[in-house]
Design a protein around this ligand. Structure first.
Ligand SMILES: Cc1cc2nc3c(=O)[nH]c(=O)nc-3n(C[C@H](O)[C@H](O)[C@H](O)COP(=O)(O)OP(=O)(O)OC[C@H]3O[C@@H](n4cnc5c(N)ncnc54)[C@H](O)[C@@H]3O)c2cc1C
Length: 321
């Protein structure tokens, strides 16, 4: 089966989620696959993709692609697809990927297997499963026999596997001039250089149980001990205790870290929708009936003002050994 993978870069850095998509494509194909990379000054990034499974990288390196535009980046993907005629296109289900995939699919009159958590190939078909109904059920899906199959892969679910591989062949994409109907005028990055929850391997989250924004240092201490990103429930975001970028859940970010630590979070279905697929879930809550304990791998019943510092202390002691 022939794969093409859309590689996302932001500010000259390849997103880890794209390396995960590339790795899974390489594994399913059983051989190096094709990739496409768009942006300005990005050609130098292409050679590093060989280790993750790219045999050829189609590069669209142009001034007008310096900032993301749907039309420009989908144009690059489309041009690479025309050259490669792939059976399947994989795109990481990041904010950009979720914008690129539907337009690319619509242009090609096919559907998208969105935000998948598992992928296999059966008789030339991509078969995936994806969470539905806020994570309450899993649906097994395929593209119904379409000649071009498109899937977006959930970040942090598939491992990014680097190996020894020759540098990929680099092909320059010749694109017609793009006249975008909408353009990004300005990007304002958040002032804090905090680790983004959607890509973090460990997340420590705080909910209404922290009582007030003055108590974030309690959670921050454990977050720092674990080298984690800081997450939050919607209740504390709505209360203005922390910025929305930290919100995990149905109307926040969907995360799949190796370790998710929920402190003073009840475990409402909308929160579980965002973190229920974490590999290990640790819940700290004073209410033994809190729904979060139903999905937790480990639970600590008690007042977080006592348990969280204890856990942080134990983590630091274990790391010091
Ligand atoms: C359309 C829609 C979308 C939504 N999207 C999201 C979303 O994306 N993300 C999200 O999180 N929510 C979302 N919600 C809100 C969700 O329903 C819950 O209201 C919210 O998750 C509750 O946040 P919480 O767990 O912090 O607060 P609470 O439900 O109030 O829970 C606080 C928990 O802290 C515990 N606690 C209190 N004090 C202590 C203490 N001292 N020690 C230990 N434990 C303590 C309590 O036992 C309780 O379990 C959404 C709701 C709707 C309707």
């Amino acid at each position: 089966m022939k794969f093409l993978v859309f590689i996302e870069q932001r500010e000259g850095k390849i997103r880890k989620a794209s390396l995960e998509a590339l790795s899974v494509a390489r594994r399913l194909a059983g051989e190096p696959v094709a990739a496409v990379l768009a942006g300005r000054g990005v050609a130098a990034l292409a050679s590093g993709l060989g280790r993750y499974g790219a045999g050829v990288v189609h590069v669209a390196d142009r001034e007008e692609l310096a900032l993301y535009s749907n039309k420009g980046y989908v144009g690059a993907l489309d041009a690479a697809a025309k050259k490669e005629s792939p059976d399947a296109v994989l795109i990481a289900a990041t904010a950009m990927g979720k914008d690129v995939a539907p337009r690319f699919a619509a242009r090609n009159d096919v559907s998208v297997l969105a935000d998948v958590m598992d992928l296999r190939v059966e008789e030339g078909r991509l078969v995936a499963w994806r969470p539905v109904y806020s994570g309450k059920a899993r649906a097994e899906v395929d593209c119904g026999g379409a000649a071009l199959q498109v899937a977006t892969t959930r970040p942090n679910v598939f491992p990014a596997q680097a190996g020894d591989a020759p540098e990929p062949r680099i092909e320059t994409l010749d694109l017609p001039a793009v006249a975008p109907r909408a353009r990004v005028v300005k990007i304002e990055t958040s002032e804090s250089k905090e680790l983004d929850v959607s890509e973090a391997d460990i997340i420590v989250s705080g909910g209404r149980g922290i009582k007030g924004p003055e108590n974030w240092p309690l959670i921050r201490d454990l977050q720092q001990a674990l080298g984690a990103a800081l997450g939050a429930s919607r209740a504390v975001v709505d209360a203005g205790w922390i910025d929305h970028q930290h919100q995990v859940g149905q109307t926040g970010k969907v995360v799949s870290p190796t370790l998710y630590v929920a402190c003073g979070i009840s475990g409402a279905i909308q929160h579980l929708a965002g973190m229920g697929t974490s590999k290990v879930i640790v819940a700290l809550n004073k209410d033994p009936e809190a729904p979060i304990f139903k999905v937790a791998t480990y639970g600590i019943v008690g007042d977080i003002f006592q348990t969280v510092p204890e856990v942080a202390k134990a983590v630091r002691a274990a790391k010091a050994e």
